[in-house]
Design a protein around this ligand. Structure first.
Ligand code: FAD
Length: 125
């Protein structure tokens, strides 16, 4: 997207996506909860929109909600349905993707004291 140029076909909705329907591996319908504002305590109304064929769905609901939405949309590691949705007798995932989920990742930090000077720009807050 060229910087500074508005997108004529972009509409930002105060909507909470609840799931996406697929047909033959292609996203066809997005389900969402429509609210008049950003207040999460509002009940809102359940809505759905039909997606344009051949389009692209960008999932960007964060590290936890994105995999949750994918799982609720029947995209996930086939064979682990009962483990992911315990006590619900879930149907097999329509799209098998073993990478959908939340994973631990290794992180380590090293700290040390440095008494010398640091070259570079000085910031004043
Ligand atoms: C406490 C904290 C401090 C951090 N500090 C730093 C830092 O100093 N530097 C740094 O580089 N990174 C930092 N991070 C990490 C950084 O915030 C994330 O890596 C980054 O925000 C991820 O961006 P994202 O767009 O994937 O998701 P997010 O920023 O989480 O955005 C997801 C968006 O999706 C929306 N959403 C959620 N569910 C739905 C739904 N169902 N329907 C519609 N919309 C939905 C949310 O409202 C949100 O606006 C920090 C994170 C945390 C938690």
């Amino acid at each position: 997207m060229p910087s500074g140029s508005p997108l004529s076909n972009l509409e930002i909705a105060c909507a909470k996506v609840t799931g996406i329907d697929f047909s033959d591996g292609e996203a066809v319908t997005a389900h969402f909860n429509q609210r008049s504002g950003l207040d999460q305590s509002q009940t809102g109304t359940a809505e759905k929109v039909r997606l344009s064929p051949g389009g692209l769905v960008i999932m960007a609901a964060g590290a936890l909600i994105t995999p949750k939405l994918l799982l609720l949309s029947s995209i996930g590691p086939r064979g682990l349905e009962s483990e992911i949705f315990p006590g619900q007798s879930p149907a097999p995932f329509v799209i098998d993707n073993p990478l959908v989920g939340v994973y631990d990742h290794v992180m380590s930090m090293v700290t040390y004291n440095y008494e010398g000077s640091v070259r570079g720009r000085t910031c004043t807050v």
